[in-house]
Design a protein around this ligand. Structure first.
Ligand SMILES: Cc1cc2nc3c(=O)[nH]c(=O)nc-3n(C[C@H](O)[C@H](O)[C@H](O)COP(=O)(O)OP(=O)(O)OC[C@H]3O[C@@H](n4cnc5c(N)ncnc54)[C@H](O)[C@@H]3O)c2cc1C
Ligand code: HEM
Length: 409
């Protein structure tokens, strides 16, 4: 399930706006984060109902603000620069995130209004009517493409954007490690499971004890039972005085068997295709949740396909889903597993100490890499693979937060 991205081209922007955007892109880029920070403050003041759909953790850390700023600047740049890299993947990621949250076309004028008003507030008198009109055009080109892509995705997954979630009952809790719990979920509405691509996520909406409603994305970590999906949640602890994670703490401490959670249709383009070559799945920490569904899928559909799993974690005790991945991997003809731990148990002679080092791992020329973990980890994996000659186009990654990487890539 993929959306066909509508590729942007320089001719999309009118020639007047083109020269204005060319002249002002640098100053907008310089102030972009200030603009988007102001934008969210304004928008939430006027539309407090949107606090229930925006991740308030990402608001507190400023990550969503940075992701929005980076995407708008990158979009404008590829409109005016014919040599800019394709923007399709960034568009697709945003569109999938939006459909998992039930974003609707009628909300685009709200965002557009507050974003452009924030540009005016931050840049002041420097924003002439021509400059405002040019950036309004950029916004609406971006918005129109997203709306079209989202409409196609809603149709593909058979979801009415007015009702983006279905109720799922927690039927099992599996304490995987001290910090990681899997929740097995079953739809309560009598319908079957939707089609779930290996590596896709769902948005889970929870009603917190203080009355707030919040969504978070969780990878579907297993579909081993055809009528149930599983999510696997790492507890996020606050560091340096920051609060503990809202939703992960709630799911760890409060979600009990029998409870009902609102769950979106599966979304995301971090999906293994049948035509891809041999696979290297490189994960760290909670990124392991993307590995199990891919290994399960290959075992079920292409057991002759070569799979290497490489995982880095603090210790073996923190390495969630380890036994399950190895167990399912046994059904694959050519399956190998490598592990790196910051601290290795003396009795463990199979794991390496320290950060992941893929240099001793033999790789086929046509290897396809799927990597998931913290950004520094994925940057390290990508750099080491590029140095070994793996083409950038063969390396896919999933960011467990607003994607601050692709727009600058
Ligand atoms: C596509 C995708 C797939 C994902 N899959 C998984 C998965 O399979 N498993 C998994 O465990 N996670 C997954 N995640 C991450 C998950 O969605 C959540 O981000 C994660 O569970 C943390 O949510 P939370 O509500 O617990 O933390 P939040 O409350 O959102 O907090 C996030 C961070 O912000 C900090 N913070 C919050 N408020 C403040 C403040 N006022 N000041 C300073 N810092 C603050 C917190 O300390 C914490 O470090 C995925 C994310 C994405 C985007
Ligand atoms: C042209 C217009 C828009 C652009 C460029 C845009 C851009 C983005 C980007 C870059 C992200 C982060 C994606 C990621 O996770 O990597 C995002 C997420 C999101 N967007 Fe939009 N968006 C637009 C319109 C809207 C509208 C109209 C709404 C509805 C109110 C909306 C609601 C959201 C929400 C709720 C998220 C998730 C936020 C989070 O998890 O912190 N967006 N958008």
């Amino acid at each position: 399930m993929t959306a066909t991205a509508s590729t942007s081209s320089p001719s999309l922007l009118s020639s007047t706006s083109r020269s204005v955007v060319q002249a002002t892109a640098a100053v907008v880029a310089e102030h972009a984060e200030q603009i988007t920070a102001r934008f969210y403050a304004r928008m939430f003041e006027e539309h407090p109902e949107l606090l229930r759909v925006f991740n308030q953790g990402n608001q507190a850390t400023g990550e969503q603000s940075r992701a929005l700023a980076a995407s708008v600047v990158a979009y404008a740049v590829q409109l005016i620069d014919p040599d800019a890299p394709s923007f399709d993947r960034v568009m697709q990621r945003i569109a999938y995130k939006h459909i998992s949250l039930g974003i609707r076309p009628e909300q685009y004028p709200i965002v557009g209004h507050h974003l452009l008003a924030a540009v005016g507030e931050v840049l002041g008198d420097a924003v002439t009517p021509e400059i405002a009109a040019a950036w309004d055009e950029v916004y609406w080109l971006f918005a129109t493409q997203l709306v079209a892509m989202e409409a196609r995705l809603y149709q593909q997954v058979g979801v009415d954007p007015a009702r983006p979630v279905r109720p799922y009952r927690v039927v099992r809790r599996i304490e995987e490690t001290d910090d990681v719990v899997s929740l097995v979920l079953e739809p309560t509405d009598g319908g079957g499971l939707p089609q779930i691509g290996p590596g896709q996520y769902v948005s889970v909406f929870v009603d917190l004890p203080d009355g707030r409603r919040q969504p978070r994305q969780y990878t579907v970590s297993s579909t081993a039972v055809a009528t149930r999906l599983q999510i696997t949640v790492r507890r996020v602890r606050g560091v340096n005085g920051a609060p503990d994670g809202m939703v992960s703490s709630f799911l760890h401490d409060q979600a009990a068997v029998g409870d009902v959670l609102d769950v979106s249709a599966p979304a995301g383009d971090f999906v293994v295709q049948a035509s891809d070559g041999p696979l290297l799945l490189a994960s760290a920490g909670a990124g392991i949740t993307t590995v199990l569904p891919i290994v399960e899928h290959i075992a079920r559909t292409q057991p002759q396909r070569k799979v290497i799993v490489a995982h880095a974690d603090r210790t073996a005790q923190d390495h969630a889903l380890r036994e399950t991945v190895l167990h399912v991997g046994r059904q694959i003809d050519d399956f190998s597993a490598y592990t790196w731990y910051e601290s290795v148990d003396p009795a463990d002679h199979r794991s390496a100490q320290g950060y992941m080092d893929l240099s001793p791992v033999p790789l086929d020329d046509d290897v396809q890499v799927f990597t998931c973990g913290p950004l520094p980890f994925m940057r390290h994996v990508r750099a080491s693979l590029l140095a070994r000659g793996v083409p950038a186009s063969s390396i896919r990654y999933e960011v467990f937060g607003p994607d601050l990487w692709s727009p600058q890539d």
